[in-house]
Write a protein that binds this ligand. Sequence first.
Ligand SMILES: [Cu+2]
Length: 495
Amino acid sequence: MTPITTNTITTRVTTTETRHEHHPSQRPARRRAGLVGAATAPLARAQDAHDHSQHARPAQPAATAPAPAAAEAPRARRGTASGPGSVYTPNGWSLPSRMVDGVREFHLVAEEIEHEFGPGSRIKAWGYNGTTPGPTLEAIEGERVRIYVTNRLKEGTSVHWHGLLLPSGMDGVKGLTQPPIAPGETYVYEFTLRQHGTHMYHPHADEMVQLAMGMMGLFIIHPRGPEEEPVDRDYAMLLHNWAVHPGTYVPDPSVMQDFDVWTLNSKAFPATEPLVARSGERVRIRIGNLSMWNHPMHLHGVQFAVTGGDGGRWPRAQWRNEVTEIVGVGQMRDFEFIAVPGDWAFHCHMAHHTMGPMGHDIPNTLGVDQSGVEQRIQRILPGFMAMGEHGMAEHQDHVDMGHMPGPENTLAMAAGRGPFGNIGMGGMFTVVKVRDDIAPGDYRDPGWYRHPPGELTRRVSSDPSFGQPVRRGQVASAGSDALPTPRRDGGHHNH
Ligand SMILES: [Cu+2]
């Protein structure tokens, strides 16, 4: 098995991982069975194996003694030894679960954590089980789940299971359906999963603060049987925004619009893991949005089908092809596509959401010669940086040259180095990397794409007067080949 190198939190795991190790020759059978649907049989095996291990332990009355989470430390990244496990959460992980008397048990811990958006930017955040987003919970439609929630914060919390169909009393709304889980307390939620699809969990107590601090997670419910069109790679991510003022270490929950850091699974590009696939594989990207903005998520290179939303996977007839899809606040959307070779940008199309920390109320100095002005302003306003004369892309060049170190604990505003120089983007940006030679189940970063001959743009001149382009207000010096004029005679052009 090939080790995952991109995530230090977790490592490879046994049972469920084994299901992903296929020789290419086995792929047709796997496709028929369905990656997720195939969970039924292997999962049964996993449960059997796991239930045996339960015999060794003294029976524990569930209502009073939650299973010790340490028994299954976070060694799983993708799925668990006892879980369905087919979702890959980039920069994240799936929470191991255990089967107790036929009920799938999880244990979430709400707590303060250290979090890094990317090199050079660390914060005090709140999350679950040591991370933001909290670990992905994975289960199968029809299962009964029991979820312990221990509160190690210094204020009350609750967990709302966003989008799940469940009894009102399990809905996790502080004050409405339960008292707050006080600091030090553990509550238990238990319900039967009556649906499948992409869902989320988050507090419904002091939401403004607790969400702003990073408390959120994905809750993926796999269908009971095979999916109509099984996917080969099943990625999941949460969109979020953070107000971490330059030089500070704690997100500011009072900010409503002008956020500094925009993240995919709480990481800002270039710290976002690439989404890796093999050419021809069917890829799904599940996206949930717990930020304060809607995000038009845009994928290059393919038309993806939007195949699901808050109500789970849509019927085939409802799928539609898009290249950009708005994932609204509180919504979930599933994108699916067949991978084609290349390095393809995947990002939010709100231009400011693919930037790092920046002020938004800056004077517009585009086209203004600012020689000497910046230094003079800096005498009264240390750290001041004007917008560039020729655009913002100058920013990272300044940083690279050491002219502009930026405030303490702050990411570069436009970061990320590619094979052709600075990418000039940050925030909600990652790269879908598709290659012909990636083994099924290998999620390691393959490096940059090697473009086949003739398939890469290139410089043909450095002279601004090159060629004779037609420009408005100037006499065209060369004739042009006219496009065929549309016929208006009723479409008899083939006669
Ligand atoms: Cu956005």
